[in-house]
Design a protein around this ligand. Structure first.
Ligand code: AMP
Length: 195
């Protein structure tokens, strides 16, 4: 069983690595950012509630995203494991996740922290902006919003890593280098978790 959380600053390469991990271990990739972008694109009630906050680079309310995650984790395909990408992002979201998992009789096996120095994060995010409409650009990839997302990460999300570190489930991974190099590091530790 593989129940994982992937964690790291914006621009750390979470999305790319998450997809690879999910494929390799045949578990659903549950990206809260992706689910929210889909909600915005579909014009749903949820989408209307979160669009402005997302464009500003701010977090959507904990209870709102908590409901989205609770519903998603209750789906059949998450019963055999999952990879959470982008959740939990605040101390309160950890509590929400703990409650959801308790109901499901499940526990997180590992929280993978992708460590990437600030300079590289800023470079990568700037690069993503230049990619244009070739697939990677997002409405929240403008300079002002990037700075806000980095600030929000440092202030609200970094403390989440400490909580999991104290619980002994955090695994630090060097997020620098090529996609292949980073993935190889992650696989190295996941093989241990699985064994
Ligand atoms: P991401 O793709 O993970 O960078 O998420 C994009 C945006 O979606 C974030 O900047 C937030 O506005 C929102 N979002 C995604 N996940 C969460 C979460 N767990 N809590 C609050 N807001 C979130």
């Amino acid at each position: 069983m593989m129940r994982l959380v992937l964690f790291g600053p914006p621009g750390a390469g979470k999305g790319t690595q998450a997809q690879r991990i999910a494929d390799a271990w045949r578990i659903p990739h549950i990206s809260t950012g992706e689910m929210l972008r889909e909600a915005v694109a579909s014009g749903s009630e949820l989408g209307r509630q979160v669009r402005e906050l997302m464009e500003r680079g701010q977090l959507v309310p904990d209870e709102l995203i908590g409901e989205v995650v609770a519903a998603r984790l209750a789906e059949d395909d998450a019963g055999g494991g999952f990879l959470l990408d982008g959740f939990p992002r605040t101390a309160h979201q950890i509590e929400i996740l703990d409650r959801v998992l308790e109901r499901l009789g499940a526990e997180i096996d590992r929280v993978i922290l992708l460590n990437v120095p600030d300079e590289i994060v800023t470079e990568r995010l700037a690069g993503r902006r230049e990619v244009g409409d070739q697939g990677q650009q997002r409405a929240d990839d403008n300079e002002e919003t990037i700075l806000e997302r980095l600030r929000v990460y440092a202030e609200q999300t970094e403390p989440v890593a400490d909580v999991y570190r104290k619980r002994g489930v955090l695994a630090d991974v060097d997020g620098t280098g090529t996609v292949e190099q980073v993935f190889a590091r992650i696989q190295g530790l996941l093989v241990e978790v699985a064994g």
